[in-house]
Design a protein around this ligand. Sequence first.
Ligand SMILES: [Zn+2]
Ligand SMILES: [Zn+2]
Length: 352
Amino acid sequence: MKIVLTGLEQIETQPADQPAVESGMTRLAVRYCGICRTDAKMWHEGHRDLIFPRVPGHEVLAEDEHGQRFTVWPGRICGRCRYCTSGRENLCESMQIMGFHFDGGFSRTLLAPTESLIPVPDTITPHQACFAEPVGCVHNALTALNLQPGERVVVFGGGTVGLIAALVAKTQGAIPLVIEKNARKIARAGAFLGATQITALRETHESEFDAAINACPDPIAFSQAVTKLAKGGRLSFFSGLKKNQTIESNLINLLHYREAALFGAYGLTRQNMVAALGLIARHQPALEHLVEAIVPPEQLSRQLPRVLAGDGFKVILDFTGKTGRRSAAPPPPKTEAAVAGKTDANRLFQRK
Ligand SMILES: [Zn+2]
Ligand SMILES: [Zn+2]
């Protein structure tokens, strides 16, 4: 079966077809696929370049015919343009994105570009590999910031990706502070924050941060990120902002006076995704706190409004048919040094 977006807010479950495998593509059996806010936005408002029908999904764990596990880098690129040949394949001039330009992982079978397959180490619990794409995007953003041990970094936005950004910054030796204006979201992140010893606040009077990252589309949060920078500070412009909003020139002038640097960050490279799997392998207990639910694919339409509203952490579709049984997702090995409290495997199977 596959889940097809047939129009705005229209989803159909259809029998999977078995299209011929073109050269350069590999047929995979999808086991898990995360629901991204991008998927929910596509469902709700479409996109200029999106042509229906389309199978969404780009946060995949899948297996080939030999049972080898892969996640899939969600790009299909030309390999020849100036960006592809200079290590910036995420900016390819003819970028095609899985789940958007071609069918993605909300399906039992997936045809993926063979060049985009990234092997998943055995140490990673299967559904955790769905974090490879968001963690890889964060890795791309933080690579530009080049954080040094002891540097203070402020992260705006306490959703799944903001918390991942704080975690990755911490693994690089920096001291992250998460700013999330919604107290309910901070409360919900309690287990993750406890396990990682990361602080999240609704606001801060502190300033002079060495670096900042915006992990939410709110232009006010972006503006605050600029004002919180020290002289010579670096800002990762990670989340695109809501369209047609105004940013004051006085604010942009702060970048000038402070000799601050602004780094755009868009998507990820295959290298970022490989690095992400390494991070996931080392931080599974913490990341498990960011798994809101693992649900059967039939529940997608019920989940999309919540994902769109940013209500809750990562929801993962289970194509193994095992959801509800413990064997579907054993708790990951306890390798997190700072883990406080144990992972509650039952929480994964809540049917919401
Ligand atoms: Zn995503
Ligand atoms: Zn290219």
